[in-house]
Design a protein around this ligand. Structure first.
Ligand code: ATP
Ligand code: MG
Length: 572
């Protein structure tokens, strides 16, 4: 702050928000108190560009960016691109797009582990010279056999005793491309009897004659994750290197490398990865779903990818609120998918404009309404947000209502339209059903009503009441749309249950409705804009929309009380 200027109160929005309390935040608070990193907080989000980001990654993104922001720190985006065989530029682009969409910014701090290949190579030479690394000619299978088990110590590799000179020579030859894939590795010389298997001479470099998405064919040796990650953190002067619990056993190795190299030492901290019921989080398996055509792509709205979730209509705010609500711990649990949906509904309830749409249309003719007359009815855009104002919705003699909103033989507690029953048409009039027209097969084709002109706007001057209000769309003004309804992609809470996760796929996860009728205000709804279709749920415009052919995705259903009643009835 500039001391010569009188300090003015900060606007509320600029006051850094206090993030949710958790053990990592406590560690940072303690480090700030003791000055461990000179008051700095610098985190990184390190995705491997081998797939699209999913909702689990959102937890890590919110944590890394959220903690740094809270303490005036910085967060880097670093692509962990040490595996040339699975990585692609397509993934890099989508990851950047997604992090921005979630509301976070790495500013000018975009890095790639591959940027550090020359430095990592130098560090490997340093460890060889110090007698801490050696070239090993065992095959991958033999390395596994020699490693031992949790109860038995490993057996030293016969190549462990190679001289520094020989190791330097062989490693340089590996780099020069003289050895075929898999014929040799560079290994750290640590402790073949360590109770931690990761410390039993882990592989640092392997030979892979593969083209890398950034470095092309410049390298044919690639560092392992463990040899790359901590040193990348060190180069970037990361303070708190936050990762998921499966890396806890790798921490001693993380520490060993930076200590042996004598370089700046960041602190690795592990937390529980997010698991969600009915949701698959493995990128490998998600790739299978895409490749085998079980979904339309990585951004299929059923996918737990952030690209899919975004296309589904979820908001970044809802995802951030969800991530802040689930907590961070040292034990892995499983979170109810319903909690994510709760945050989505809560956010959309605040921001989504209400409109009327009929998904399964049934024609209604109001016999006593003048033919050719059109009235504009005033409708509230969002009862949660008065600033959203109102709009005009055309009303006329022929309308559509939901098939579900009419029953010829209404069960008990069914209060919507049925012969002789009066209901309110939202924002319009009271109408009474007077009869039905049938097709030759005897099915109800259209229903007939009369309206009470005195009830314009939806209230009777005599104070008489109706038990139900239903939505409608004027037939002459309706826009026709395709609407895609989604259910959970998996039938089992744990999609990995059983032999093959594909057996748990829900065959009814997508239901495509055509010929849906929307109120005309939706004519030019932009792609990805979100609405509440009154009484039906939240919906979002899909990028598949074309002029004259809007396509909507159902983002989330509203809580359906009728479904509950029906269930109760059935149970009787
Ligand atoms: P997958 O096993 O799905 O391939 P990954 O862990 O290999 O995931 P990365 O791209 O390496 O994916 O992940 C980037 C960061 O996101 C890592 O720090 C990782 O720990 C974190 N992350 C990945 N999945 C989750 C999850 N389900 N919950 C929280 N953080 C996660
Ligand atoms: Mg990974």
């Amino acid at each position: 702050m500039n001391p010569s200027k009188p300090s003015t109160p900060e606007p509320a929005s600029e006051t850094p928000a206090v993030g949710p309390s958790n053990f990592i935040r406590d560690i940072i608070l303690e480090d700030l108190k003791t000055g461990k990193f000179q008051g700095r907080v610098h985190t990184r989000f390190p995705p491997e560009p081998n797939g699209y980001l999913h909702i689990g990654h959102a937890k890590s993104i919110c944590l890394n960016f959220g903690l740094a922001a809270e303490f005036g720190g910085k967060t880097n985006l670093r692509f962990d691109d040490t595996n040339p065989e699975k990585e692609e530029t397509e993934y890099v682009d989508s990851i950047m797009d997604t992090v921005h969409w979630l509301g976070f910014d790495w500013e000018n701090r975009l890095f790639y582990a591959s940027d550090y290949f020359p430095q990592l190579y130098q560090w490997a030479l340093q460890l060889i010279r110090a007698g801490k690394a050696y070239v090993c000619d065992l095959t991958a299978e033999q390395v596994r056999q020699y490693r031992g088990t949790l109860t038995e110590p490993g057996t030293p590799s016969p190549y462990r005793g190679r001289s520094v000179e020989e190791n330097l020579d062989l490693f340089q030859r590996m780099k020069a491309g003289e050895s075929p894939d898999g014929s040799r590795t560079l290994r750290a010389k640590i402790d073949m009897a360590s109770p931690n298997l990761n410390m039993r001479d882990p592989v640092m470099y392997r030979i892979l004659h593969a083209e890398h998405h950034r470095t092309g064919n410049q390298w044919c040796i690639y560092p392992m994750y463990d040899f790359a990650h901590g040193q990348s953190d060190s180069v970037e002067r990361i303070t708190h290197s936050i990762c998921t619990l499966e890396f806890e056993d790798h921490r001693p190795l993380y520490d060993w490398y930076v200590e042996q190299l004598g370089i700046y030492h960041p602190q690795q901290i592990e937390f529980d990865r997010l698991n969600l019921t009915y949701t698959m989080m493995s990128k490998r398996k998600l790739l299978t779903l895409v490749q085998e055509g079980h979904v339309r792509g990585w951004d299929d709205p059923r996918m737990p990818t952030l690209a899919g979730i975004r296309r589904r209509g979820y908001t970044p705010e809802a995802i951030r609120n969800f991530c802040n609500s689930i907590g961070v711990s040292k034990t892995t649990g499983i979170v109810e998918l319903g909690l994510l949906e709760h945050h989505v509904r809560e956010d959309l309830n605040r921001r989504a404009a209400r409109v009327m749409a009929v998904l399964r249309p049934l024609r209604v003719v109001i016999d006593n309404y003048p033919e050719g007359q059109v009235e504009e009815m005033e409708a509230v855009n969002n009862p949660e947000d008065p600033s959203a104002g109102t709009r005009q919705v055309p009303f006329s003699r022929v309308l559509y209502i939901e098939q579900d909103d009419f029953r010829e033989d209404p069960p008990k507690q069914y209060f919507r339209l049925s012969p002789g029953r009066e209901v309110r048409l939202r924002y319009a009039y009271f109408v009474t059903c007077t009869g039905v027209t049938r097709n030759p097969q005897g099915q109800v084709e259209e229903i007939h009503c009369t309206y009470d002109p005195a009830t314009r706007g939806g209230n009777a001057p005599d104070g008489r009441r109706v038990k139900s209000t239903i939505h409608w769309v004027s037939a002459a003004h309706a826009i026709e749309a395709e609407v895609r309804l989604y259910e959970n992609m998996f039938l089992t809470e744990d999609p990995n249950q059983g032999q093959d996760f594909r057996a748990n796929l829900n065959p009814a996860s997508l239901d495509v409705l055509t010929g849906c009728k929307l109120e005309p205000s939706l004519a030019d709804a932009p792609v990805l804009s979100r609405y509440q279709f009154e009484r039906l749920g939240y919906f979002c415009v899909d990028p598949d929309s074309a002029p004259g052919h809007p396509v909507f995705n159902r983002t989330a259903a509203l809580r359906d009380t009728w479904a509950k009643i029906e269930k109760r009835e059935k149970g009787k």
